[in-house]
Design a protein around this ligand. Structure first.
Ligand code: GTP
Ligand code: ATP
Length: 212
């Protein structure tokens, strides 16, 4: 096992445990036939190349990355409507199995790129064979529209090694505005959308009963 594997093991465990817990919340909502504020959950441990690149870019000595690089472990919660984000943030704040250390609201104050999401940094206890170990995990909460934009922008950043041409940057900023408007419009008809989803769920339950 390399030193990196050993270092990253608790981060892998934290991401796996959190994914199970957060997906569990989604299932509870679905069973209660309430609107679920969580559409899907993803998680990842930052690739070593990306850790090294970020440590260099932010001037973080490698022996300090555990405290100073907050996104080595990351989970992402994606929802349908902007106000689902508030519900998720409250759910996270109310948990007793980890501690919220920081919150960054890039929805109220979007980033210069056009990026919008709600970020929370939590301290998560992992039980290892050497005892309890606390790791930082970055929790990103965003709508599907915000996620679509961020995914595309992330690919373009990769393609252009962080130097996106001005013309493409401007288009991305306009696309971010369009995504913001889409979220606003969807919020206005969310009552309608939720009713439609309830009808679909009821019909599905009805037809699965009749085929049993
Ligand atoms: N696609 C995209 N993602 C972003 C952008 N800004 C932040 N993020 C995401 O949010 C994470 C952390 O962002 P921040 O809260 O700004 O933290 P940071 O470590 O100070 O900033 P970075 O240097 O962007 O990692 C990043 O690792 C990305 O996953 C952006 O402009 N575009
Ligand atoms: N908190 C998170 N939860 C789930 N996936 C994430 C999270 N943060 C980043 N990712 C995804 O992980 C993959 C690798 O991301 P990576 O950490 O290399 O880039 P990044 O997020 O842009 O980080 P940075 O610019 O801070 O180095 C990307 O697809 C990214 O969208």
């Amino acid at each position: 096992m390399s030193n990196w594997d050993t270092f990253l093991t608790p981060y892998v465990q934290a991401v796996e445990e959190l994914k199970v817990k957060l997906k569990g919340l989604r299932e509870q909502y679905q069973l209660s036939s309430k609107h679920t504020p969580i559409e899907f959950v993803t998680g990842r441990v930052k690739p070593v190349t990306s850790i090294l690149e970020k440590a260099q870019r932010k001037n973080i000595p490698l022996d300090r990355i555990a405290r100073e690089m907050q996104d080595i472990a990351g989970v992402r919660l994606v929802c349908q409507f902007v106000n689902d984000i508030d519900t998720i943030v409250e759910l996270i704040r109310s948990r007793s199995d980890f501690k919220v250390m920081e919150e960054r609201d890039y929805i109220k104050r979007k980033k210069e790129s056009g990026y919008r999401s709600y970020h929370m940094v939590i301290e998560y206890p992992v039980h290892t064979i050497d005892g309890e170990k606390y790791v930082l995990v970055e929790v990103q909460v965003r709508t599907m529209a915000m996620n679509f934009w961020a995914t595309i922008e992330h690919s373009l950043n990769y393609k252009y090694s962080g130097e996106i041409p001005d013309e493409v940057k401007e288009r991305l900023q306009r696309a971010a505005e369009a995504a913001f408007k889409l979220d606003e419009e969807m919020s206005k008809i969310k009552g309608e959308v939720r009713e439609a989803q309830q009808i679909i769920i009821k019909n599905r339950e009805g037809s699965s009963r009749s085929t049993k």
